[in-house]
Design a protein around this ligand. Structure first.
Ligand SMILES: NC(=O)c1ccc[n+]([C@@H]2O[C@H](COP(=O)([O-])OP(=O)(O)OC[C@H]3O[C@@H](n4cnc5c(N)ncnc54)[C@H](OP(=O)(O)O)[C@@H]3O)[C@@H](O)[C@H]2O)c1
Length: 316
């Protein structure tokens, strides 16, 4: 287990910027108005290429984990999960009308939290036809209690030409700040690449993790070349990666990138790719959120270390 400090010194972090060679920034996160840990922590951020706005490199997904319906106990547990997320410097929350009650539950949580100033709200449109898409996005605004959204994405490229035209109109009118498209599970890479190369979007979202690295071939380089922000979904392969390392101690060398648990091993692998802007792990547990959001701190693996991580993982 690594014996590195949980909160890195600025010098450590600056060293990390040098070796990782990516456009990382470190910014102080003032934990106000929550007094629980009234100190500043340094968190890792990367810029959204279309504006230069910096966002934290770990966000939060909500598929299944926030789809808890009207169960009050489960809802209040999600309040604590989001509270932990924001207190630790998290910002980007990703959802979709496809995720059952998740958007409603996120809205429930946001109403009960005072420390959500950093929220970067991201949801999706997932239907056919322009009027249905508009109605769905307006419903999401109501459910979250957020207007305008920071980011609206076309879920799984569904009816993407229709919704892209709406989203461009909305962006021009200031009804959304950023727009993008999503896919996952390694599907639709050719079409996603074509959209990356030809359409005026800000963000693209797809799957990438230490086991599923197909995106390294075309999508990640294409997004980098076109100057798009990249959100990575399924960073834990829907939790499957933990099965591989369950009960296995971390190797000592993970201390070189300030990694304290397997969740951070997997997340830091992803966010150290120069084309990746942020990863969005999902969890239904506060302790898992603490582990995941801890990847916002400390150094990141450099390119040689990333190769070493792959080799190690493949030999487990
Ligand atoms: N096409 C699309 O737009 C698309 C497709 C897929 C996903 N997404 C987005 O990406 C997000 C993430 O993907 P995902 O939810 O499929 O999978 P994921 O984040 O790779 O994995 C989630 C699973 O990992 C477990 N987990 C989380 N943190 C853990 C930790 N520290 N230790 C052990 N287990 C942990 C969770 O269980 P616990 O609840 O027990 O922590 C959950 O079962 C989604 O929620 C969604 O927002 C978008």
């Amino acid at each position: 287990m690594a014996s590195k400090p949980l909160y890195p010194t600025r010098r450590n972090v600056i060293t990390a910027l040098g070796v990782a060679g990516t456009a990382l920034a470190v910014s102080p996160c003032a934990l106000k108005p929550w007094p629980l840990t009234a100190r500043e922590i340094e968190i890792l951020k990367k810029p959204i290429p279309s504006t230069g706005e910096q966002i934290p490199i770990v966000g939060m997904g909500s598929w299944i984990t926030f789809n808890v319906g009207n169960d009050i106990e489960a809802r209040n547990k999600r309040v604590r999960i989001l509270q932990t997320f924001f207190e630790s410097g998290g910002a980007l929350v990703d959802s979709s009308p496809m995720y059952g009650s998740s958007e409603d539950v996120i809205g429930y949580c946001l109403k009960r939290l005072r420390n959500k100033q950093g929220l970067f709200s991201a949801t999706k449109v997932w239907t056919y036809l322009r009027p249905l898409g508009i109605a769905q996005m307006k419903r999401s605004e109501r459910l979250w209690g957020e207007k305008p959204f920071d980011l609206l994405q076309i879920h799984n490229l569904m009816d993407w030409r229709t919704h892209l035209s709406t989203l461009l109109d909305w962006k021009a009118q200031g009804r959304v700040r950023y727009i993008g498209v999503t896919t996952s599970h390694g599907r639709r890479h050719s079409l996603t690449e074509k959209i990356i190369q030809t359409q005026p979007i800000d963000f693209v979202q797809f799957s990438y993790n230490i086991r599923d690295r197909a995106a390294e071939k075309r999508l990640l380089p294409a997004a980098r070349e076109r100057g798009l922000a990249v959100i990575i979904n399924r960073p834990f392969r829907r939790g499957n990666l933990f099965g591989r390392t369950r009960g296995r101690p971390l190797p000592n060398w993970v201390g070189e990138f300030d990694c304290l648990n397997w969740a951070q091993f997997y997340l830091k692998f992803i966010v150290s790719h120069p084309a990746v802007t942020c990863a969005i792990p999902a969890t239904s547990r506060v302790d898992h959120m603490q582990q995941n959001i801890g990847a916002l701190q400390g150094r990141l693996p450099d390119p040689d270390m990333r190769k070493h991580m792959i080799k190690y993982f493949e030999n487990i």
